[in-house]
Design a protein around this ligand. Structure first.
Ligand code: COA
Length: 387
């Protein structure tokens, strides 16, 4: 039986910061951000968008015309959880009307959605008539005036996993490498991540090389077996650094093609920024929606990395008609209809927080046009609403 991704959904908030503006405000050469790090814009989440609403918004599209009755697994991968006990996935379950689903949240930094995808794969293998909804949804926060500031972002990707998928069949061989390292973490008391930026970059590359070598040894496949490689993209230069370390295994033509596909995989991330758990799948979606060189039968490699750290290299085969499962125009509109924030608006938004003392707070919703929103808080409870 073949199992894989049937549909992909995307959501990102409707406000963003221009990174040339950020560079100028921070006294940095803009080329460092746009070329050195490879980011042009970053999505900024208003208070009315959190990991729950963004995840639910991303899933809305792919549920259109889909029977909810046989979606019986719902997993939210996030490192922007809103509660220590209750899974954000439960709110999403209600907002989407998926009451038959085994529902939970999963955490391992940016690997969370991949953990969800692999769990969904096994679930569908055991229950072929059932489908699973896997969501990666995050707000990446490093803090004002930190080295990581330019690599923030916000958004979510949702995946419908099924037997006989129409988009991409996942192949069974995967390679995993994990180790207890301290490259990026966020203690319970902190709203911002702590990152050893250079160290995390080195570890990412090392983990990629390990999983790639293991995959090659296990399967006998080489770089020539891949039409494209999609990477976890905390910033778009990151995957490129890893890709470059294996490029010389291919011919000059293969190298050029993989670099072209890589550039296509970065176009959404360049505008949205880091979305942690969803970042790999944002890259994959960008590749599919921007490349005119992919066809059914092509093998795509995907490298997932979650700090802390767990990494996995896995692969899929594009299915006949996969293009029909995409929504390029819709996603172009989503990005085109965003409003650019000024530096003052960005910094104010960054510092504005929901009350934590149980007092009632109503969020100003006038600027947020998303279908699913966080309306406010009352008695320590978040109040979500579908418009
Ligand atoms: N024009 C063009 N490129 C420039 C430049 C300029 N004027 N100035 C600097 N650069 C390049 C540097 O050469 C470097 O490129 P390289 O990485 O290919 O060598 C790049 O821009 C970044 O410069 P660097 O000095 O290393 O930046 P930094 O100290 O500000 O840190 C990160 C960059 C990514 C480490 C930092 O943003 C961070 O900590 N991010 C969060 C952690 C993260 O995302 N980790 C990823 C693994 S999950």
């Amino acid at each position: 039986m073949q199992i894989g991704i049937d549909k992909l959904g995307l959501f990102t908030p409707n406000t963003y910061l221009d990174l040339v503006m950020l560079a100028n405000a921070r006294g940095v050469d803009p080329d460092k951000f746009t070329i050195g790090i490879g980011q042009d814009q970053m999505a900024i989440a208003p208070l009315s968008q959190d990991s729950v609403t963004m995840g639910a918004n991303a899933a809305l599209d792919l549920l259109e015309g889909e029977s909810r009755d046989n979606i019986s697994l719902l997993i939210l991968g996030t490192e922007s959880g809103i509660d220590q006990s209750k899974a954000g996935a439960i709110y999403i379950q209600r907002l989407l009307g998926l009451s038959n689903a085994r529902t939970f949240e999963i955490k391992e930094a940016c690997y969370g959605a991949t953990a969800g995808l692999m769990t969904a794969y096994d679930y569908v293998a055991a229950h072929p008539d059932q489908k699973a909804l896997v969501i990666g949804s995050d707000i990446a926060r490093y803090g004002l005036e930190t080295p990581g500031e330019v690599t923030q972002g916000a958004g979510a990707v949702a995946m419908l996993v099924s037997a006989q998928p129409r988009l991409m069949v996942l192949e069974p061989e995967t390679s995993i490498h994990s180790a207890d390292i301290q490259d990026f973490w966020r203690p319970n008391y902190s709203k911002e991540a702590f990152a050893r930026g250079k160290y995390s970059t080195e570890q990412y590359i090392e983990f990629f090389q390990k999983t790639w070598a293991d995959y090659r040894a296990k399967t006998g496949r080489t770089i020539a077996d891949f039409k494209a490689l999609a990477f976890h993209l905390p910033y778009t230069k990151m995957g490129l650094k890893a890709l470059r370390t294996i490029l010389d295994e291919g011919s000059e033509t293969q190298q050029a093609q993989l670099l072209e596909r890589y550039a296509e995989s970065t176009l959404y991330s360049r505008q949205i920024g880091n979305i942690y758990t969803g970042a790999l799948y944002l890259g994959f979606l960008s590749l599919l929606e921007h490349s005119t060189n992919l066809e059914a039968g092509d093998r795509i490699g995907l490298f997932s990395y979650g700090s802390g750290a767990v990494s996995e290299f896995f692969t899929g085969i594009l299915q006949p008609g996969f293009e029909k499962q995409l929504a390029k125009q819709k996603h172009a509109d989503l990005l085109a209809n965003r409003r650019q924030l000024t530096m003052v608006e960005y910094e104010t938004q960054f510092q504005t927080e929901l009350p934590e003392d149980g007092s009632e707070y109503e969020i100003d919703l006038t600027m947020d046009n998303a279908p699913i929103i966080l309306k406010g808080v009352k008695d320590h409870e978040r109040i979500y609403m579908t418009r």
